[in-house]
Design a binder for this molecule. Sequence first.
Ligand SMILES: Cc1cc2nc3c(=O)[nH]c(=O)nc-3n(C[C@H](O)[C@H](O)[C@H](O)COP(=O)(O)O)c2cc1C
Length: 195
Amino acid sequence: MKLLYIDCCITVHGSASRTAALAETFLSAWRAAHPEADIETLDLKTLTLNPLLGNALRLRETLQGEGRTEGASFALARQFAAADRIVIAAPYWELSFPAQLRLYIEHIAAQGITFDYTSQGQVGLCRAEKLLFLTTAGGSLEANCGSEHWRALCPFFGIGEYHFIGAPMQDVKEIDHEALLRDALSQAKALAESF
Ligand SMILES: Cc1cc2nc3c(=O)[nH]c(=O)nc-3n(C[C@H](O)[C@H](O)[C@H](O)COP(=O)(O)O)c2cc1C
């Protein structure tokens, strides 16, 4: 079994990134519960991803239309489609997540690899049965467009089970934000066994 970890923990908090701590806690518990499995990490913090514009977009659409998706420009989509489990970690920015993760979604949404259109309508082609999205927020997580986006993308990609764990209020000093982070870390450990 292969778990794909998509690391979008872009941070101003260096090694004290709360989102990275949440991801590391989940992954270490998951590794302990699944010693035979592989974890493959995709580091979105350092990957150059261009938005799909002009000629690049036209070329991509042509290649997809002709089923010529074996090239490097579809490598991220093939990697996403082949994973058995997917974990994504990103901080809560502007009520969702950093633009880098949105760019990643554009790159993995490739017809014939991660989804297709058939006489039955749109169908997902991904192998993964479960996807987990992790985040931490400075304030409230009530208008969590990032989680809702991934929840909606799961059926689009054919992924049956969606999970979300988030720690809110991490920048509110007046409340016990560390307790809220500890609660999220406990949820992450508890989920790792069955994920
Ligand atoms: C560019 C930017 C945008 C942010 N937008 C929001 C936001 O919309 N809502 C919120 O509650 N916190 C927001 N925050 C705060 C982060 O979500 C919060 O500090 C988070 O815990 C950062 O995770 P980290 O410790 O892994 O860097 C933002 C932070 C940055 C740097």
